[in-house]
Design a binder for this molecule. Sequence first.
Ligand SMILES: NC(=O)c1ccc[n+]([C@@H]2O[C@H](COP(=O)([O-])OP(=O)(O)OC[C@H]3O[C@@H](n4cnc5c(N)ncnc54)[C@H](O)[C@@H]3O)[C@@H](O)[C@H]2O)c1
Length: 352
Amino acid sequence: MIPKLNIVPFVSVDHMMKLVLAIGVERFLVELSEYIESDFRRWESFDKTPRVASHSREGVIELMPTSDGEVYGFKYVNGHPKNTREGRQTVTAFGVLADVGTGYPVLLTEMTILTALRTAATSAVAAKYLAPKNARTMAVIGNGAQAEFQAVAFKALLGVDKLRLYDIDRSASTKCVRNLAGYGFDITVCGSIEEAMVGAEIVTTVTADKQNATILTDNMVGSGLHINAIGGDCPGKTELHADILKRSDIFVEYPPQTRIEGEIQQLAPDYPVKELWRVIAGQETGRTNERQITLFDSVGFAIEDFSALRYVKKQIEQTGLYEELDLLADPDEPRDLFGMLLRAAVATPTAA
Ligand SMILES: NC(=O)c1ccc[n+]([C@@H]2O[C@H](COP(=O)([O-])OP(=O)(O)OC[C@H]3O[C@@H](n4cnc5c(N)ncnc54)[C@H](O)[C@@H]3O)[C@@H](O)[C@H]2O)c1
């Protein structure tokens, strides 16, 4: 049971890890994907805006708000590709849900782990509609923090069980092999992107670099492939050669944001793309034939975070895996905020 109104449930990193492990990573991803799909089906009921980004030489800090009219959510997230060289994460995040009726926050939570889970769940949802039927083999280019989450989501939702890994830093691939040991994958660590692409029916690109990189060139992409492009998610930060985009059917989250941040920033502003939510809602077709190249140009959108926050709130109500945070000043007489401060002086001895 969630306590008094002035107390906000807070999910620390420790509690998030306990929650994910108590539910099980695969089940968490499957249930979260159901929340994402159900929110994408009611896409039109959300307030939507491209995220508010503050760019600097080294990275970006972003705020990602949305509301369905009853609940409001936002995420604070950064992207700093150089961070791992200093022992920090490239991406960290936290988020808030609030009651629209009172404006009071009803959840504050870590979202670094939750972002990796929601990104992976969204990718797997997209692939359910776009990847070749019965695809089993996925190349994963970039084996950093997001990589295992992507792999496990594709296994849990699609049955992908063969991975072909490549990273410029081999120790990242070795880390993935170690972490995925208990998940029943057949894993091959490859010496080049070309080698990783051999036999792949799906490729996930999830590299971090603050530039227009060319992780995939046109000649690496054969007919029928599904491309799950995760790493290009900022202006001036892409992973695919533009020629690939012109041969693909492109699916995006929220076009006004993806046209600024996604792979399609390389194309004309009116280049035709399809919205993933329309495919999920049955208004638009996903994959239509075996030879089609499908591209999910993922940048991450606020509604996915909203779904994740909603799911976590439900789970902590059932498990009690949260702390009570004294976050909101809430005097008994609402207008006596100053009086509340003075009464605290009586209880708090002043420093000598
Ligand atoms: N689309 C989304 O919703 C979403 C969500 C989270 C993260 N991201 C993006 O995904 C990317 C990866 O995030 P992360 O947290 O895993 O970062 P990370 O820094 O932990 O891992 C990135 C990996 O990419 C490797 N790499 C860099 N250049 C490469 C290249 N040319 N070829 C092969 N490997 C290369 C690095 O060695 C590293 O292991 C970031 O760019 C991040 O912004 C996107």
